[in-house]
Design a protein around this ligand. Structure first.
Ligand code: 8YV
Length: 319
């Protein structure tokens, strides 16, 4: 039998690509690079391999009549038109859990970086300015208050780390989780009003679009920091820039942006932000684990076995 034909929806990790190419015929982003060639192979494509931040819109799904599975190498799948997949009964898989540690580590790293001005301190030493005088004093993180927006698996990993820093921990989510030993607040604004660090780790998509808006930032106040390791879409980026420029919040640590990889000049010019290029899960160890899981889902499907980590909506659909 001929190996299944696969379309990639984005530039994928080399770990994932290596497994795909060893087992399948891979059309790497052919829909973007060569529409005529894509039209010729589209009827044979049986799976799409995507990353957490890539786009699989309805128009693409509609052009793939033989589509059986979308495997996302990432925990977030907001780029996939899930409604269309459910209507077509095309399951979607993702890679939860294996990246919890890395994303939570980065959240804490951004908190420390922005509060303690670590990039600026590094620049101070490198520029030979230390002999001219010390760095200005910065803000203590241990013992302060963290507010976590979204208390899923990664949110809980962030809370565990924050506990080790002696922080007061509160969260907001669609509904309270009474089994968790943290304080629940019903809205992002109410949480922000009681936080020194507001950490955003909720799924992206229409349901959370601009959840962190001007009102929430206002509630966070001039001593508050906002950290986003979720999706750029969750933050009203214009309102954030405004708040940072006016000093109505203290600073921001951002791993995700509204229009990646573009980051507005106004944001890049600000002294009170630490910016990273969507690297929450970007370690050798974690990207390999994510690639292995994303591949294992494809392999399970093409071997006739149950999917390992279908997204929750597809788990419900299957039962
Ligand atoms: C990566 C992510 O951007 O898991 C996610 O949802 O956004 C990230 O881990 C990506 O998926 C790596 O392929």
């Amino acid at each position: 039998m001929n190996p299944p034909e696969i379309l990639t929806a984005a530039q994928l990790s080399p770990f994932f690509m290596a497994s795909l190419q060893a087992h399948y015929v891979v059309h790497d982003r052919l829909h973007l690079s060569d529409p005529a060639a894509f039209a010729a192979v589209a009827p044979r494509i049986r799976a799409v391999a995507a990353s957490g931040d890539s786009q699989v819109p309805a128009e693409l799904i509609d052009r793939l009549p033989a589509l059986e599975l979308i495997s996302v190498m990432g925990v977030g799948y907001d780029g996939v038109d899930l409604g269309r997949c459910l209507a077509r009964q095309v399951p979607v898989t993702h890679t939860p859990d294996v990246l919890n540690d890395d994303v939570a580590d980065l959240a804490l790293a951004l908190m420390l970086s922005v509060a303690r001005a670590i990039p600026q301190s590094d620049a101070h030493v490198r520029a030979g300015r230390w002999p001219e005088g010390p760095m200005p004093l910065q803000r203590k993180m241990s013992g302060s208050r963290i507010g976590i927006v979204g208390i899923g698996r990664i949110g809980q990993a962030i809370a565990t780390r924050a506990a080790a820093f002696g922080m007061g921990i509160a969260y907001t989510a669609r509904s309270p989780r009474p089994q968790l030993p943290y304080r629940y607040l019903p809205t992002a604004a109410a949480l922000a009003a009681e936080s020194d660090f507001l950490v955003v780790i909720t799924p992206g998509g229409e349901g959370t679009r601009h959840l962190i808006n001007a009102e929430v930032l206002q509630a966070l106040g001039p001593r508050g920091y906002v950290i986003n390791v979720a999706r750029g879409s969750v933050m009203d980026q214009d309102a954030l820039i405004e708040a940072l420029e006016q000093g109505s919040i203290a600073g921001a640590g951002l791993d995700v942006f509204a229009d990646e990889p573009e980051v507005p000049e106004r944001l890049r010019a600000l002294p009170n932000v630490v910016l990273t290029p969507h690297v929450g899960s970007a370690t050798h160890e974690t990207r390999r684990a994510m690639a292995d899981l994303a591949f294992a889902n494809l392999h399970a499907h093409f071997s006739g076995n149950p999917l390992i980590t279908p997204v929750p909506e597809c788990r419900q659909a299957a039962t």
